[in-house]
Design a protein around this ligand. Sequence first.
Ligand code: ZN
Length: 234
Amino acid sequence: MIDSHAHLDEILCDTIGEVDKVILASSDFESAHKNTILAQKYDFLYPAIGIHPQSPTDGVDELEALIEKNIVAIGECGLDYSDENYDKETQIVVFRKQIELAQKYKLPLIIHARKAVDETIEVLKEYKNITGVFHCYAGGVKRIKKVIDLNFYFGIDGNLTYEDGLVSVVKNIPKERLVLETDCPYLTPIPFRGKANKPAYIKYIYKKVAEIWENSFEETEKIIDRNAKRLFKI
Ligand SMILES: [Zn+2]
């Protein structure tokens, strides 16, 4: 199993259970820097570097200096319009800088799009030769085709175990475009909902997908992990 989006610190590194690989998502320059260091210590960790749209923007121009061989993605980055007080123009500027970085280094993007899926797609459409994943995909069934046309993947989280609407979303996503993620410490799946999330709990999301696909756990795992390996080149 591969957890394609986790926020981990040193303590949480022993909570991966049967998970083979974990992609470390960054939310600001400091976490990006920490992720690169942590990944040097544990070979099952693969760092992404990026500035989340809700985070302070400092460091966006310094991200490039962190790019070394072990970086597997740029993110999480994107647009978040969930609060009307957010500075949309700055978000777009910071997002574009990160798309350009991904393009330049041929790295996939980990996209955070909240209440701004259409706007995010519009920005991404302007760029050629990019790929990535809509982390915690929230575009519903109706935007699936647009995301496919962009050459992006869909990241699905533990809320699949308790949000019925997501079941039809998963049914409509092509099998070869789905990756799974805990987004730990957030979005804990059933049966641990309410507690802090950790990579080991990703098996409950794999189980749920296997059920939806009416497939065995092993076959489901094979397909999902192949997708994550293809996307992140790991
Ligand atoms: Zn995240």
